[in-house]
Write a protein that binds this ligand. Structure first.
Ligand code: XIL
Length: 373
């Protein structure tokens, strides 16, 4: 009999040894049996620990039946990775395209998945037409965008990343606000303005401030943590509704990692009465050495360590993989790979390009099973 992924759909399911034995084996469920209930795999293990497990994915979900089945078998939530971004929704001034976003949110709705909005404002990747605008023009574009986009999706999204990556991630001035059109429009107040206006337009979605690099104990990561806490304090002092902090969780083996200080940071966030979502989990594995088995093992270990620590914190409510399968990882995009001299093809995700589980999938399942016992 072919073993099924995931091995632990029931409380009395097989032992860990058996589960590990499945990794690398021939699997049926992963590639597309439609018999499983939506979210019955990793998502079911997550749900037993009071967590939502989901995936960031885009048009490939609609195009690839095997990937779609993998997602439906393992996820409770879908976050379109690009189709709800500013440049996708308004590629030209005044011209809005909701087709792809609606298709993905509709797919989620029809299949019993929650949908997440990513992201209203991000100072990275602005469309070209914003480039030469004055700050007054940008301010008008900003408000009009919210007024159009938030009501369009209101009532359909579990959460909105209202602002993505507020802080600069460069080594030159870590922890300062990331430059871009929205900072130009209102200065630092753009964050408060975005949260207030979104709350007024959608009373239901959880409003999230999403940030990168906080997992790293590098000077950049530490500066971003401090800036993020200060920003949260400022917003909360001013009575701004903010429901959750999204920590991206692109695990970077090349950066220093310090469990104690990261745990302190998570405690500091939860002391502010905020939920915490891990929004973009994957392993940026270009710095990992060795063959496939060694690299996959190392990626699984790093994932296990991060999740073990994070899931100890009750405020952590959600884990979202930034692609479930290596096949669709952004770290395989030519624009990413062409910037680096890579010795191997990226394997950042829990499942491989054939939708088969990797040790990282078992690490995630194990972390869910071991959490909040
Ligand atoms: C990435 C997408 O995955 C790519 O397809 C796109 O070309 C660039 O953006 N942090 C984020 C995400 O918040 O929006 C980024 O997504 C990955 C890093």
């Amino acid at each position: 009999m072919k073993p099924k992924w995931p091995p632990h759909r029931d409380r009395d399911a097989p032992t860990r040894r058996a589960a590990l034995g499945l990794i690398g084996g021939a699997l049926s469920l992963a590639t597309g049996s439609s018999s499983a209930a939506p979210g019955s795999g990793l998502a079911a293990a997550a749900a037993r620990a009071g967590l939502v497990f989901g995936v960031a994915a885009d048009s490939e979900v609609l195009a690839d039946p095997a990937y779609r089945a993998l997602i439906l078998n393992n996820c409770r939530l879908l976050a379109p990775s690009n189709s709800l971004k500013f440049a996708a929704l308004q590629p030209e001034q005044g011209v809005f395209h909701f087709e792809q976003g609606d298709a993905l949110v509709g797919f989620a709705e029809r299949n019993g998945l929650l949908a997440r909005g990513h992201a209203l404002f991000w100072n990275d990747y602005p469309p070209a037409w914003l480039q030469n605008k004055s700050s007054a023009e940008l301010a008008t574009v900003f408000d009009a965008y919210l007024d159009r986009v938030v009501p369009h999706f209101a009532g359909r999204l579990h959460s909105w990343d209202v602002v993505n990556e507020p802080f600069w991630l460069g080594r030159d001035r870590p922890g300062t606000f990331r430059p871009g059109p929205w900072l130009r429009a209102f200065g630092e107040d753009y964050v408060e303005r975005a949260f207030r206006r979104t709350a007024a337009l959608d009373a239901q979605a959880k409003l999230v401030l999403n940030e990168a690099w906080t997992e790293c104990a590098s000077p950049v990561g530490l500066a971003v943590r401090a800036s993020l806490l200060a920003l949260v304090d400022r917003l909360q002092d001013r009575g701004v509704k903010i429901d959750a902090i999204g920590l991206q969780g692109h695990i970077m083996p090349s950066e220093p990692w310090d469990e104690e200080s990261f745990a302190e940071f998570l405690h500091a966030l939860s002391a502010r009465k905020l939920d915490i979502y891990l929004t973009e989990l994957d392993v940026v594995d270009d710095a990992l050495q060795g063959g496939v088995a060694e690299r996959d093992g190392a990626a699984a270990d790093l994932t296990r360590r991060l999740l073990k620590l994070a899931l100890d914190i009750p405020a952590v409510k959600m884990v979202v993989a930034w692609s479930l399968s290596d096949k669709y990882s952004w770290l395989r995009n030519p624009w990413f790979t062409s910037r680096k001299h890579l010795s191997h093809v990226a394997r950042p995700c829990p499942f491989d390009e054939n939708m088969q589980p990797k040790p990282m999938a078992e690490a995630i399942a194990g972390a869910f099973r071991g959490a909040r016992g």
